[in-house]
Design a protein around this ligand. Structure first.
Ligand code: ADP
Length: 514
């Protein structure tokens, strides 16, 4: 290749690479312009209000469509100080805030910030979330402040309304004598009302920090934990009596009612607890119990000897003389009344034994069906117009205190007869409520019990109020004792009933495991 040719080739090469360079440069310029265009569109079409303010005079350099619309200004405002577009900023301290960001170079944020805006129609109060962000050049020198703001008036007004309503309920809760507290779904408390603070002499934070077990009497704590654990799992409300320590370190009895608050799907979100002091009532009850215990003890001996004398007199009236025919029914009636008195006295004594945790169970293994049958035979013998239908759906051994379980069955049958009116028809069944338990049901066709009272009949001294005291004598202890006896055997007792149609009382016991 000649020298001339080589130069021509090089020139060609050079011109080619020049053309390529030119092309690349053109493309790059085009790219920058495109990118810039994209940014501009992004800023101007943004629903957030975006402004770029330059220098300490806060000259508007960029203002997107959203902010121009909001100010009700045209693009002519660009290049002018912010106060011209938005005269209210000065008196509301926003100008100072912007200048502070400009001087210190630290961003500032605001949430639901109230801002007054002057309109032709008058002044309007609006709320904004915003950020004031310092802007720096390539050398890190601050040249302005960017403002990105978002109007959130409807959300802020809603929050204010919510806050107002929350404050109202908080005041109501603080005003109440009840001790109200709220805990999360796991039972961790985060709110206690004023009554709690006054009673314990502690602040809200101290109460939240404090373990509930340290506020309660140790004898009640175990029981509460068991009940609470069950309810946390089942999501069902519960009620419990317990002693809570006051600011003088004295324990006072309270009735605590705890109920779940559930979300729309039925999941527990919160637990609300209300505790009311029942110390005076407890003391009163204690006095009543002590008195009953004393009276029962004192009555037991004379009443038993009266019964002995009556039986002696009955046996002495051997011959069927005219005189004896008159006296005998009276003696029988006296014996009946004395029997009632003896039962009442023994119920009273059982009551105090239970209260003082002195009821001991003498466990033995026996066939429950036999016990039920024996008791029904006794009843049928003394109540001639009683008709009992007994169904054994299973034959079951239990390990239990035979006398105490007998006492429960007697009590249920006595009630079934007592609250049956003239229809003395009773159905008794022994059955399997599930694989591990045996159940005994005593059904009558008498006056029945309302839903409201069903929950209460097992409470101590409770009697359905509307029932005629004369017609149905009693003290409201029998079912309470039955419940205690069955619970001590790890069983359950409950009632199914319909007013006017009758009731079925059922108790269950764990089966004796072979
Ligand atoms: P009482 O001695 O008053 O019968 P209980 O504790 O045995 O005491 O019963 C409590 C209350 O439950 C009774 O006063 C009565 O109102 C109601 N009750 C109990 N059994 C029945 C029943 N079989 N039918 C209707 N009401 C009943």
């Amino acid at each position: 290749m000649t020298e001339e040719l080589r130069i021509k080739e090089l020139e060609k090469e050079l011109s080619k690479s020049h053309r390529e360079n030119e092309y690349l440069k053109e493309q790059l310029d085009k790219g920058d312009a495109f990118e810039l265009h994209q940014y501009k569109t992004l800023v101007h079409s943004s629903p957030s209000m975006i402004t770029l303010l330059k220098g300490e005079d806060l000259i508007i350099e960029v203002a997107n469509d959203a902010v121009l619309n909001f100010w009700n200004k045209s693009r002519d405002i660009i290049g002018k100080p912010l106060v011209e577009a938005h005269p209210d900023i000065k008196e509301q301290g926003l100008e100072n805030l912007l200048l502070e960001v400009y001087e210190k170079g630290e961003a500032r944020r605001g949430y639901e910030m109230p801002v007054y805006i002057s309109r032709e129609s008058g002044r309007e109060l609006l709320y904004f979330n915003f950020i004031y962000q310092p802007q720096r050049d390539q050398n890190g020198k601050i040249y302005g402040v960017a403002v990105i703001a978002h109007e959130v008036s409807s959300q802020a007004v809603l929050h204010k309304e919510l806050k107002k309503s929350e404050d109202l309920y908080r005041s109501i809760s603080d005003f109440m004598p009840h001790k109200i507290s709220i805990s999360d779904k796991n039972g961790n408390s985060y709110y206690y009302n004023q009554s709690w603070l006054d009673y314990t002499g502690r602040s809200l934070d101290e109460l939240i920090e404090k373990e509930p077990g340290k506020m309660l009497h140790h004898q009640d704590w175990q029981n509460i934990q068991e009940i609470a654990e069950k309810s946390l799992k089942s999501g069902r409300p519960f009620e419990v009596e317990c002693r809570i320590k006051d600011k003088n370190k004295e324990y006072k009895w309270h009735l605590c009612q705890i109920a779940p608050l559930k979300d729309q799907e039925g999941n527990v979100e919160y637990w609300i607890s209300s505790a009311i002091e029942i110390q005076k009532m407890k003391e009163e009850e204690k006095r009543k119990e002590d008195f009953l215990k004393l009276v029962s003890h004192e009555l037991k001996t004379p009443v038993t000897s009266i019964k002995g004398y009556i039986q002696l007199l009955q046996s002495m009236l051997g011959e069927e003389t005219e005189e004896n025919k008159v006296v005998k029914p009276y003696l029988n009636r006296i014996e009946g009344q004395i029997e009632r008195l003896i039962r009442l006295i023994s119920e009273m004594l059982d009551l105090s034994r239970i209260e003082q945790n002195e009821m001991e169970l003498k466990l033995e293994k026996f066939l429950l069906n036999d016990l039920v049958e024996e008791i029904i035979e006794d009843f049928s013998y003394t109540n001639k117009n009683l008709r009992v239908e007994l169904n054994h759906y299973c034959e079951c051994n239990v390990s239990a205190d035979k006398d105490r379980i007998g006492q429960v069955i007697v009590n249920l049958i006595t009630n079934a007869i007592k609250y049956s009116g003239d229809d003395k028809r009773i159905e008794v069944r022994v059955f399997h409520p599930d694989r591990n338990h045996v159940g005994v049901g005593v059904k009558d066709f008498g006056i029945g019990i309302s839903d409201k009272d069903k929950k209460l009949v097992f409470n101590r001294f409770f009697r359905v109020p509307s029932q005629n005291e004369e017609t149905y004598s009693g003290f409201g202890i029998g079912l309470y004792l039955s419940k205690q006896i069955i619970h001590r055997h790890h069983g359950e007792i409950f009632v199914n009933s319909e007013p006017g149609k009758g009731s079925e009382f059922i108790f269950t016991l764990p089966l004796e495991q072979n």
